[in-house]
Design a protein around this ligand. Structure first.
Ligand SMILES: Nc1ncnc2c1ncn2[C@@H]1O[C@H](COP(=O)(O)OP(=O)(O)OP(=O)(O)O)[C@@H](O)[C@H]1O
Ligand SMILES: [Mg+2]
Length: 473
């Protein structure tokens, strides 16, 4: 059932049409003038408008033009007793669906209305379908079928529909900005701007005026008022990248802005409200920074309402072949070539530790595509650190002692657990073989599994592997 608006200065006509279409099951409102119609439509839009052309003050064509400014999709039927070719042409140009000569046959008008509504429904369905397709496409650009990435997609889809602040964490190059864009693109804000800003790339004063704007004359060089990103991204999303790099003073200011949902541009007396969704990202361990006093606890809680953690590439190696394929296609398409990756090359790519994550892989493939003269990418086209990589040595590029220090005991425990899990994964849960790989006795391996509470996982891995074997066989 549709929502109809009848516009006619003649009371008799309004009553007749209200009766006819009300009986047909539609919700019908009526207005006696163009101005009244606009007011009603601003309050609640209509699916279809039937308007007289000749009315005192605003005529039907003027009404149609005004309606198109804020209701581009509504169906409109014009009726008149004095049709001229010019008015008809003007009405069609403004997107009227039909032009009806008064007096008309009621049944005929009913038919015209139903046809216009049907067309509107098709249009809306088509639009919804296209939107869904676009959204699919946006998520499809994020490559990775691993369970860890599936969990990320689910989070993206879940958080896209809500307003809460999202904190995306992950090492450099894991796709934080890509995920932030996907959240925006899947959200109802997707038609509005997505404004990224790298908080680590600005001095404190510059960052403040970038984020909050400034008024003319508030400092040398401020020759005109300028909106900050919070306002520029109104109804859209602001992406605060490297949020861990903010100075303590800026942290206080940001916290206030997020609490009040108002910004005060530098040098301004008034605050202005904004409706901007905030997504923040960092490759630092913000929780650890909070403990060490480098990041405000209250701000941390405010921005990390919903956390999304992106796994490093080395923890989802099963995604490497798809990524390699994706980037090979991409760079081949750019250069109009067609290349494929040799098995040996793929083995190197799957074994390497990728401290720079997906970005490093992307650059590696770009370089290989450029270097490779023949039609197959051979290991020789890879950088030496990839081909010479030996996973049993400590990798100096992964080895990293951050400024804020690390908890060595917890870190070593974590490493131990990671090695255990990886060994079990590779052996499909076979403890004897896992113990061999780790140069341990089966007894010590079991001891360690108990210590980390991963015994039951072994059984699960084994049944997974058995299940896979069965379905493949
Ligand atoms: N899952 C993925 N599928 C396809 N491309 C990806 C994926 N993850 C990252 N990329 C690509 O890798 C590059 C780095 O991604 P992005 O800039 O989002 O990472 P980041 O986490 O923001 O890195 P940094 O912390 O260094 O800013 C981009 O070119 C991005 O398109
Ligand atoms: Mg980034």
């Amino acid at each position: 059932m549709a929502n109809l608006l009848i516009v006619d200065d003649e009371q008799g006509m309004r009553q007749l049409l209200s009766l006819v279409f009300g009986r047909a099951g539609h919700e019908v409102r009526a207005a006696e003038s163009g101005a009244k119609a606009l007011e009603m439509l601003r309050g609640e839009p209509a699916d279809l408008i039937i308007s007289d052309v000749k009315m005192p003050d605003m005529n039907g064509i003027e009404l149609l033009r005004a309606v198109r400014e804020f209701l581009p999709e509504a169906a409109v039927l014009m009726m008149t007793a004095f049709a001229t070719v010019e008015t008809a042409r003007e009405a069609f140009k403004l997107g009227a669906d039909d032009f009806i000569q008064k007096p008309f046959d009621v049944d005929e008008l009913k038919l015209i209305v139903e046809k216009a509504l049907e067309r509107l429904r098709l249009l809306q369905e088509n639009r919804a379908f296209k939107r869904a397709q676009r959204e699919r496409g946006r998520l499809d650009q994020i490559i990775g079928r691993s369970a860890r990435m599936q969990a990320v997609y689910q989070m993206i889809e879940t958080v896209a529909g809500v307003q809460s602040t999202v904190l995306i964490t992950g090492e450099s190059g894991t796709g934080k900005e890509m995920v932030a864009r996907a959240v925006h693109n899947l959200s109802p804000r997707s038609d509005k701007p997505f404004m990224p800003i790298n908080c680590g790339a600005f001095t404190e004063t510059l960052l403040e005026s970038e984020l909050f704007g400034y008024v003319r004359g508030s400092f040398t060089g401020a020759t005109a008022n300028r909106k900050g990103l919070f306002e520029a991204a109104d109804k859209g999303t602001i992406f605060l990248d490297e949020v861990g790099e903010m100075s303590p003073t800026m942290q206080v200011k940001l916290l206030r802005v997020l609490q009040e949902r108002k910004v005060r541009p530098v040098g301004a007396h008034e605050e202005s409200a904004f409706d901007t969704r905030v997504i923040a990202a960092t490759n630092r361990d913000l929780a650890a920074m909070v403990k060490q006093g480098g990041f405000r606890e209250d701000l941390f809680y405010r921005i990390s309402v919903i956390p999304i953690e992106l796994p490093p590439l080395r923890e989802r190696r099963e995604d490497i072949p798809d990524l390699v394929e994706h980037f090979t296609q991409k760079f081949c398409a750019q250069t109009g070539r067609s290349l494929h990756v040799s098995e040996r090359t793929m083995e190197h790519l799957e074994r390497y530790s990728w401290p720079g994550n997906v970005r490093e892989l992307e650059h590696t493939i770009e370089r290989a595509v450029a270097l490779e003269r023949a039609d197959t990418i051979q290991p020789e086209a890879l950088p030496q650190q990839v081909t010479n990589y030996n996973p049993t040595r400590v990798d100096p590029s992964v080895f990293d002692l951050p400024d804020e220090g690390i908890n060595l005991v917890a870190h070593l425990e974590h490493l131990e657990k990671t090695y255990l899990l990886e060994a079990l994964r590779r052996t499909g849960g076979n403890q004897t073989r896992a113990a061999e790989i780790l140069h341990l006795s089966v007894r010590s391996l079991r001891h360690l599994l108990d210590k980390h509470g991963i015994r039951s996982l072994t059984a699960q891995l084994r049944s997974d592997a058995a299940g896979r074997g069965a379905s493949e066989g």
